[in-house]
Write a protein that binds this ligand. Structure first.
Ligand SMILES: O=C(O)C(=O)Cc1ccccc1
Length: 327
């Protein structure tokens, strides 16, 4: 029997749980001797810590959404784990024991879940902060139809938001509270769905990154062999511009990628926390063999150049791009 430990943002019933099952279930279906132990974490930060501490072999985090963009908390955790400079005052940086090894795209369908059937009485809604701006239209409509403001309460995950409805003692209060979460979360916690598919956009999709321990080759299942992968690879890397006051630094960096025919998919910046208004860059590049030479050349321009992972592009990416291109 091969046992693989997978951490995700819990409790069961979150979208992260869905992503973890989507990534690992195919292996159990193919081979009965593989068993997956899913390990729900209380926070996204916990998903990073548990893999570094060797409490799991793989760990997933939400990274970006097709309608409301980056999951900034995940980016900031990548900065905290991978950017040595951001620890220079404490001197406490330690090389992470993990890297990004795969991606998973998950269709996200949100539901309004509540014990109360009269939606005009809802006063408070619980959910994960990433959810609000994916359901703007529904939330605005709901507020217009009720004669009061609706308070949005941030919870560490969508499934926990539904769980919390069960902890409200007073029946009257319960009927005035709701959660936004998946249909699985509604089933698990036994709270009915009052409206389904309340997301603003069709095709609302979250991209999750799968992290693996650097020593995972000792394991006998390898998620990279998943058949739903294309033959194209991506590389996620991070750096800080060395001389912030130097005119054209970013342009010089982009020039290096261009000269090596490296195609960029995204550039994102987050506060570096080294000093105010200094930024950490996250770049995703379509991998090619020229990357190593390009990275060596980039050293002149940047600090803390670190590859967070190289991984095969999911075939779903091309399905989605193709579908959008045909519209
Ligand atoms: O709270 C969850 O269910 C998560 O997995 C985080 C999240 C929230 C909204 C969209 C995708 C992931």
């Amino acid at each position: 029997m091969v046992t693989v430990r997978v951490a995700y943002l819990g409790p069961p019933g979150t979208y992260s749980h869905q992503a973890a099952r989507q990534q690992f279930e195919p292996y159990t279906l193919e081979d009965e001797s593989v068993s997956i132990i899913y390990l729900p974490q209380a926070s996204i930060a916990g998903c990073f810590k548990s893999i570094d501490d060797d409490q799991c072999d793989y760990s997933l985090v939400p990274f970006e959404n097709s309608s409301n963009g980056q999951v900034v908390l995940a980016y900031d955790l990548y900065r905290d784990w991978f950017v040595r400079e951001s620890h220079r005052d404490s001197g406490k940086f330690k090389e992470p024991e993990f890297e990004v090894i795969a991606e998973q795209f998950v269709p996200i369908h949100h539901n309004l879940i509540s014990f109360g059937s009269d939606l005009s009485k809802i006063e408070q809604i619980y959910s994960h902060p990433q959810v609000w701006s994916q359901c703007n239209r529904f939330l605005e409509e709901l507020e217009t139809k009720s004669d009061h403001k609706i308070e949005k309460i941030d919870i560490s995950s969508t499934s926990k938001a539904v769980y919390l409805l069960n902890t409200i003692k007073s029946r009257e209060r319960r009927s005035k509270c709701a959660a936004i979460a998946s249909s699985t979360a509604s089933e698990i916690h036994g709270v009915p769905i009052r409206r389904s598919n309340i997301e603003d956009f069709d095709g609302n999709t979250t991209r999750f990154l799968v992290m693996g321990r650097k020593q995972r080759k000792l394991l006998s299942i390898d998620p990279v062999s998943n058949k739903k992968l294309s033959d194209k690879k991506m590389t996620l890397l991070t750096f800080i511009i060395k001389d912030n006051d130097n005119f054209g630094s970013l342009c010089n960096i982009l020039e290096v990628f261009k000269q090596h025919n490296l195609n960029l998919q995204t550039i994102t910046t987050r506060p570096s926390i080294i000093s105010p208004w200094r930024y950490v860059f996250f770049v995703e590049i379509w991998y090619s063999e020229e990357l190593t030479t390009a990275l060596a050349e980039l050293q002149a321009e940047v600090l803390n150049l670190t590859v967070i992972g190289s991984f095969y592009r999911s075939k779903k990416f091309f399905d989605m791009v193709g579908a959008a291109g045909n519209q």
